[in-house]
Design a protein around this ligand. Sequence first.
Ligand code: ATP
Ligand code: MG
Length: 443
Amino acid sequence: METISIPRPTIIPRSEHNISRARISANAVKVLYRLRQAGFRACLVGGGVRDLILGREPKDFDVVTDARPEQLYKLFRNCRLIGRRFRLAHVQFDREIIEVATFRSCGEGSDSDNGCDRHNVKRATDGRIIRDNAYGSIEEDVWRRDFTINALYYDIENFAVLDYVGGFIDLKAGLIRSIGDPTQRYKEDPVRMLRAIRFAAKLGFHLENDTEAQLYQVGYLLRRISPARLFDEVLKLLISGNAVYTFELLRFYRLLGWLFPGTENYLQKYYQHQSYQKTLLNEALVNIESRISSSKSVNPAFLLAALLWEPLKMQRQVLHANGLDDSESLRVAADMVIQEQSRLIALPRRYSLTVREIWEIQQKMTMISGKYPLQILSHPRFRAGYDFLLLRARAGERAELAEWWTNFLSLDEVERAKLVRQPVTAKIPKKSRKAQTAVFQSQ
Ligand code: ATP
Ligand code: MG
């Protein structure tokens, strides 16, 4: 008779880990208990468990159970079933959503006798998993998770942590290790490459040797991800408290070129001349980090405008050489750069419009005489445009223009009106007068 070995977890009892219910969101605890009372198995899994063990504040709490989506729908009044690729339940509380997923199996070698249905895992011909709705047991669920540190289960039954893959040790050692063969896991879902980088930057962890070695080899797989999903993942990566380091890792693992080829091309050229630390892009990443650390809002369009600024300039130069004037070259180059980028990463229209406006304001801000400055001031994106100009100045671009605008903004309305009605050269402080002539040249 054939014997099937069921993997046994290492059980880390409550006395040997630091997860207390007081640190789990009250809503997640409610969901866990409700499931258990209804006779289901219920665990916390993923980033919530990982971050609690590390003593960090989890971003969200994911619950996993043996209840099927339809059963969850019956059990929770405040529940919505979502997702096609990966069907799960959202249990909605006031301001918090608790995501509840049913244990998945990887769908291979399983049959309908044991409750798994391999037909519910759909793969593309290149091995990518495009639907993952084969339900299974916790022992199966663990193998389809990405990294060992993300595969720890906190069981509400006895408050123990269940570890099937050595995640607890990896967590203590600061290691990101793929569960199973990294190449195959990246092929199944290339987004895992970006997740590896996101966690390395966020947690300050190292990638385990094999997990790391494969990253250099398979960046091209990113081209297989839909542009819409890639946009979400790129935002998660870069709109973070670790934007600078994340960006460095993307470059280091040669992934940036698959996401933003124009930007990577520019950086490769630029590196030969001066330090990347001085680029506008780096200034934008530093700016994001500091805004996040002081709980200010971050506009993704601002970062996108910075990421694509150099490709835009390069494109404009070509168009200029072909005889297009300043505003025409900007308009056409913006179209080209945004279109080209959107083929890889779908930029939602509300963002691409703002990107374009931020760029256009850079052009408009070079006109600092007569009625123009007061007109630009009332542009709805003026503030973003001005902030962008300040970043450019910090990167050594158009510092004198930024200085002029900073001065202009510090004046009251009467003074501003006076300033722009006069010939501009008469009003620029002596030390800036030389630079002033440059202001009128196109950027
Ligand atoms: P975060 O702190 O960003 O929420 P997280 O690890 O919780 O990190 P989620 O996207 O919330 O990330 O996913 C929850 C869990 O689901 C992960 O910890 C992991 O176990 C699993 N998971 C998510 N995305 C994937 C993926 N692409 N491949 C395999 N497992 C995944
Ligand atoms: Mg999470």
